[in-house]
Ligand binder design. Sequence first.
Ligand code: ZN
Length: 264
Amino acid sequence: MSAAAAGFPDPGTPEDRVIAGQGTTAAQWRAWMGWPGLQAATVDELVPAGHRLVVVAPHPDDEVLGSGGLLAGTAHAGREQLLVAVTDGQGSHPGSLRWPEKELGAQRRRETAAALRVLGAEACTVVRIGIDDGSIAAARAELADALAAVVRPADVVVSPWRFDGHPDHEAVGQTAAAVIAQVNGASHLEAPIWAWHWAVPGDRRMPWQRAAVLHLGPFLAWRKGGAARCFTSQLEPDPSTGADAILPPSVVARLVHSREVFFR
Ligand SMILES: [Zn+2]
C-alpha cells in the first residue's frame, strides 16, 4: 500500500522510505525548529483512565523504542496493559554462530521481559503471535485475526506508523489500522520508529498535523533509557559475522530521549 490514508499526506512509495546509511542524526532532530508547533499530550490524555494500553510490537525492542515512555507512564498510572509480540525477532542476526535463530528468539523474549520490569510494567500481559521475523507482510491475515481476537472497545492501540519504512513495521501498522477501524471505541496511536532514520525534520511525508508529543520528563525518560539497555543482543556487535550492532549508540540516541511522538 503506497497510497495515503485519509487525512495523511502522501508518504511516497516504499522505495522512498529506505533505511540505509547513517540516516538523520539525533542532533539534527533535536535541532528541528518545528517541535514547538506540534501538539503536546500527557499520558492521561493519550490513555485516559478506564482505557487499556495495547502495544503491538513487530520485534522485541519496538515496544520500548517507540513507546517505552508511554508504557512506563501508563504502568505508573495503573492502566491495564497488553503487549502483542508479533515475532520473536529471531531474524536480526542472519548466519550468526553467536546467535542461532532459536537461541536468539529466546534471548529476545527475555530482553523484553527485563525491559518491562525496568519500565515498572511487569504486570503487562504479553501475547506472542509467533509470526516469522521478516515475514509479517506475508502473514497479514494471521496477524489481523490475532489482533481482532484481543482488541476491545476502549483500547488505545499503539503500533509502528503504517509508513515507517521497515516492511515488518508497515505491515503491522497497516494491519492494526484495519483491525482497529472495525472495533467501535478503540483508537490507534502510530509511533514512528525507523522513520526517524530516513525522514528529515519537517519531512512532508510525515503527518505532523496528527502528531501528539509526549514529553517524558526525567522519571519516564530514565525508565525508558534503562529499558532500552536490556536489549543486549541488539546493542553489541557480532564477532561471529563481523556485523555491527543493530542498535549502535547513534541509533539508540535517535530513539531514546525526552519525547515520544504518536500520530493519531
Ligand atoms: Zn522492529
